[in-house]
Write a protein that binds this ligand. Structure first.
Ligand SMILES: *Cc1c(COP(=O)(O)O)cnc(C)c1O
Length: 374
């Protein structure tokens, strides 16, 4: 059986280090917002090239807290519109709703699965105040174009970087001509998830925010902790969404290996791209650069159920990211009559192949051969 993702195997190399962290944690007896959280916040900010990182409970809260932070700073108001790709995991849209803002859905490009920048301008109204760019499946959204539209219309840009730890692009800079910038440093603020299955995954729920905005960072440090900077003094109506100390300790073990693991994903993808040859399968678009960290390898095919069944019979596990678009979910009944044909087509046709840093060459070969025989 070739598993879609073997989380046990992924974490196996780190078990001894995790156990040492656990023992230190017990010996210290400091369980909430301790040194491990501080260390992770410092190191992850540095990794992304951002000035600040704020550790929070999960990726959804990270996005909610960015929006709530901007509301607190007066840069956003309840009822403001936020542009968001229609083709995303529902968390992106829920975050906007939970901050009492209004999501405005925009179609993706079929090839990249990511937000189509050319369609943003005509959805901008006097109420539009922000764009939430999602780096779906690990591939950076077109941040040059998105940031330039935002600048023209005076909008904030937020990244949903939950699937794109370490993805990097050449970004036009005023100082040098171009500089390499990572997700988390391509907008006003970025949200990360460290859910176990992500490229940088903890052993439970965890999330983080990166930003270069000192005012925003200060507000979010308080908002995640009851709106309090000093214990029992509450400046804001906050929430309780702190990065767990133990999860931070595990993340501190894994962060130094993130680039190596992303490279392993890339090596597998290079084989998939070069060796999968089947007219019934459309491979994902990739320009070959580091702008994609392949959280997922998502192909398209006309008769998805048939292909998925075939692979299952051959003992290859696949998943669908995602089977139902957000605007067709029961939870968002008010949008069920809307039509987003490209998003719907993607949701009908996508299938995610097994991909992880611990897949063996033999497993990769076998996936390729079986797909080519389909
Ligand atoms: C995983 C994910 C989230 C949410 O992260 P959680 O930690 O599960 O809350 C948000 N957006 C995208 C694109 C994700 O993949």
């Amino acid at each position: 059986m070739i598993k879609f993702l073997d989380l046990h195997k992924i974490n196996l190399p780190y078990q001894t280090a995790f156990q040492e962290k656990m023992q230190q944690f017990l010996d210290k007896g400091w369980f909430v917002l301790g040194d491990e959280v501080k260390t992770f916040e410092r190191d992850f900010a540095q990794y992304c090239g951002a000035k600040y990182c704020i550790g929070v409970g999960n990726g959804l809260d990270a996005m909610v807290l960015i929006f709530k932070g901007y509301i607190q700073l007066g840069k956003l108001q309840k009822g403001d519109e936020v542009i968001v790709p229609a083709n995303t995991y529902i968390a992106s849209i829920l975050a906007i709703l939970q901050a009492d803002l209004v999501p405005v859905l925009v179609e993706p490009k079929l090839e990249t699965y990511n937000l189509n920048p050319d369609l943003i301008a005509k959805r901008i109204t006097s109420k539009t105040k922000a764009i939430l760019a999602v780096h779906l499946y690990g591939q950076l959204a077109e941040m040059d174009k998105i940031n330039s539209i935002a600048k023209q219309h005076n909008l904030l840009v937020v990244e949903d970087a939950a699937q794109a730890h370490g993805a990097a692009m050449n970004y036009e800079s005023q100082i040098t001509n171009y500089e390499l910038r990572k997700s988390g440093n391509l907008s006003n603020a970025a949200a990360f998830s460290f859910y176990p299955a992500k490229n940088l995954g903890s052993l439970g729920d965890a999330g983080g925010i990166t930003t270069n905005d000192a005012d925003l960072a200060k507000v979010i440090f308080a908002l995640r902790n009851y709106g309090s900077e000093q214990k029992y003094y509450n400046e804001f109506i906050g929430i309780n969404s702190r990065l767990d100390e133990l999860q931070a300790a595990f993340l501190n073990v894994k962060l130094p290996h993130l680039d190596t693991e992303n490279q392993k994903r890339k090596a597998i993808v290079k084989r998939y791209v070069a060796e999968i040859k089947n007219d019934k399968i459309t491979l994902p678009y990739w320009n070959g650069s580091n702008n994609h960290v392949f959280h997922l390898f998502v192909i398209r095919t006309q008769n998805r159920e048939d292909l998925q069944d075939y692979l299952k019979q051959k003992n290859i596990e696949t998943l669908i990211h995602y089977p139902i678009p957000s605007h067709q979910q029961k939870a968002l009944a008010q949008w069920n009559s809307l039509s987003f044909p490209i998003t719907e087509k993607i949701h009908r046709e996508v299938l995610s192949l097994p991909l992880s840093p611990v897949m063996t060459e033999e497993e990769v070969t076998s996936v390729i051969q079986i797909l080519n025989q389909y």
